[in-house]
Design a protein. Structure first.
Length: 510
């Protein structure tokens, strides 16, 4: 009997633990990845009650007269970091801030620019960073400008004059004013956001209901297109998520702006959908929050698909997740969440065509004590995606152990995507192990007609203790760990994923 019990104790774990397999199907292309999903967002958020102003623009990013400043006054360390990450686009100047912003306050001689109260965040706005400065910053980075219009307290006339200032060659009042201020060549800004979070009535200045917003957005788009026919628009989807009403807002925006706008936006911050009683629970953070993020993307896609079926003659809207961020946790948990957001964008490459990580300055860490800047694990995780996953996204399925979190069941411990490089020569399989404590052994296979070719594959992994705090002193340890694994003759890769880790395989495409 003792031998039988011992045998059962040995065999039972093998019977209860499911074999984990990551199946990539390179015959099933989800869509072409748009590099703009790796865009960023900046907004001057701070609460200084009197000048000198310091917030996440003034001070860290815009720092004239300091050793790190370039000729335009911007922190060269951030510029270098953004260039390394190949940041494709930056959305500015806000945010809630833009609903009370007058773009004309931020042009012309700096000593003549007015100081205004910041209606969104409190304190003051000196307007030392305006249109010309933002454009100069993006030129230094090599990124596109995405200007967010003030459709809160602003009006359509102001919006079309802004477009005239940036995009008209010469011969009009505002194009000539741009030239007078030292910028004779037009900026040719392609992307324009039709307001910001206009649905957020508890906080946004100039809130409108969905019907009124659609009317204003249609007229604003009409006015800007009369200035420049080449511009593209991002319509305001949901940012405020009370019971059910957010879906109705999105439905009305999709119905009203299909064929007019090119994108519909949503804003979603990690953990925002969690009940406070579960907000600090590990599996709620990596599971329920991830399912909520996916749900917000898929619900809008369903509404767009319905509109496509009803009006196939109209250009369909694509999705811009133009404010997102994995906040509410420190250390590696935050990095896992950010990587899962990026996995969601890759997984929905046929629909998610633009993103804006909030805030851009969060991609480069700074040490509060020393003031030194450094690359944290989040920088390297972002780089895994932004410099590698730029080609096609492929259907990827994980079978294995799952868990439940909040209202969601059957959440795989492994979150995986597969995408090629821009040149199509490398397939990157990116895997987040969400398990709090356990490493997970899994097989990776291509179930398409071309199995992975036998040989060596490069592996990069990011790991860390759940209680570890990122510091400048440990900066040299944060780069991904590199190793190699074999592709077996049967075309499978067997790998053990460390607990709470991010791993990326670079598999040559034969």
């Amino acid at each position: 009997m003792k031998k039988l019990l011992s045998f059962i104790c040995l065999v039972l774990p093998l019977l209860t633990a499911a074999q984990t397999t990551i199946s990539v199907n390179t015959d099933r292309v989800i869509g072409k990845i748009d590099k703009n999903i790796y865009g960023v967002f900046m907004e001057p958020i701070g609460r200084d009650q009197e000048p000198p102003i310091e917030n996440n623009v003034y001070g860290p990013l815009y720092c004239p007269g300091t050793p790190n400043a370039n000729a335009d006054g911007f922190n060269q360390l951030y510029i270098d970091a953004f260039r390394e990450l190949q940041i494709p686009a930056m959305r500015w100047p806000g945010g809630n801030y833009v609903a009370g912003y007058n773009w004309e306050d931020g042009i012309g001689p700096k000593d003549q620019r007015p100081v205004r109260k910041d209606l969104a965040w409190g304190g003051y706005e000196t307007n030392q960073v305006g249109t010309d400065e933002w454009v100069a910053l993006n030129k230094a980075i090599g990124s596109e400008n995405i200007i967010c219009l003030n459709l809160g307290l602003g009006d359509i006339n102001s919006a079309r004059f802004w477009c005239e200032y940036t995009n008209v060659d010469h011969g009009t009042y505002y194009s000539d004013l741009r030239a007078k201020y030292g910028h004779p060549e037009p900026y040719k800004v392609k992307y324009w956001g039709l307001g910001n979070e206009v649905d957020g009535y508890p906080w946004i200045m100039g809130h409108k209901n969905a019907d009124d917003y659609v009317k204003v957005a249609i007229e604003a788009a009409k006015a800007l297109r009369a200035v420049d026919r080449s511009v593209q628009f991002v319509a305001n989807g949901s940012a405020y998520y009370p019971d059910g009403t957010w879906a109705e807002w999105n439905r009305k925006v999709v119905e009203g702006l299909t064929g007019i706008a090119h994108y519909i936006s949503i804003h979603r911050y990690w953990r925002d959908g969690l009940d406070e009683s579960r907000a600090d629970d590990y599996y709620s953070y990596v599971g329920e929050a991830a399912a909520d993020f996916e749900e917000k993307i898929m619900s809008v896609k369903a509404q767009v698909d319905i509109q496509k079926a009803l009006h196939p003659e109209k250009r369909s809207l694509m999705l811009s997740v133009d404010e997102w961020g994995a906040h509410g946790a420190a250390g590696i948990k935050n990095v896992l969440a950010g990587a899962m957001c990026l996995n969601s964008f890759v997984r929905h490459a046929d629909f998610v065509k633009m993103g804006a990580y909030t805030m851009a300055t969060g991609l480069l860490a700074s040490d509060r004590e020393s003031g030194q800047y450094y690359k944290s694990p989040w920088f390297y995780a972002y780089k895994m995606f932004s410099t590698n996953c730029l080609g096609e996204s492929f259907d990827t399925y994980v079978s294995g152990d799952t868990f439940s979190s909040g209202p969601y069941d059957n959440i795989p411990y492994l979150d995986a995507t597969a995408a090629t490089s821009e040149d199509g020569k490398t397939l990157f399989v990116t895997v987040v192990n969400r398990h709090e404590k356990d490493a997970i052994k899994a097989d990776i296979q291509n179930v398409g007609k071309n199995a992975f070719a036998a040989g060596r594959v490069t592996v990069c992994s990011i790991e860390g203790g759940l209680d570890d705090t990122f510091t400048y002193a440990k900066r040299d340890s944060y780069a991904p760990k590199e190793s190699t694994v074999n592709v077996a003759r049967d075309g499978k890769i067997t790998y053990t994923f460390p607990a709470h880790s991010i791993t990326q395989f670079a598999i040559p495409v034969k």
